[in-house]
Design a protein. Structure first.
Length: 148
């Protein structure tokens, strides 16, 4: 499926406000409601749009602390990576996990209430994941730009 200008506009508009109605979306991109709705359905079916979610105010939920944790693996065979991937996906405090090409193997974004909770998660949950050789942590002082 090739994306045209209307498809790209739909994706752009929904990226900034996923709750807008189809009528409002159609107005913003310059199409009538039915063709806009058909395009949106096609974008979802073809997995250009994977879902919709709320952007949470972490400060109000007392979950403001973010740490980025580098993980170096003791084994990088496919089976070891698969075991790590499965285990890490079960930890709710890990918001993101990326396999990295560089001097370490994974980068984790971990969100907690405070440093004490982070230290506990690191010691009791992250450090015992399969095939971890070492970790290194960087604490975010302030988010400058985040996408939902």
């Amino acid at each position: 499926m090739n994306l045209d200008a209307y498809d790209k506009k739909i994706i752009k508009e929904l990226s900034s406000d996923g709750r807008m109605s189809v009528s409002e979306l159609a107005d913003r991109i310059g199409l009538s409601k039915t063709p806009c709705q058909n395009r949106l359905k096609r974008l979802i079916e073809n997995e250009y749009i994977l879902g919709f979610k709320a952007i949470v105010n972490h400060a109000k939920l007392d979950m403001e602390m973010v740490a980025f944790t580098e993980v170096t693996m003791s084994d990088t065979k496919e089976s070891a990576l698969a075991a790590f991937n499965t285990a890490v996906s079960k930890i709710p405090e890990i918001e993101q996990c990326h396999l990295i090409a560089g001097t370490f193997d994974y980068l984790l974004k971990i969100r907690t209430r405070n440093m004490n909770q982070y230290r506990k998660i690191l010691a009791e949950t992250v450090s015992v994941l399969p095939f971890i050789e070492s970790t290194s942590t960087y604490v975010s002082m302030q988010p400058i730009k985040e996408q939902g």
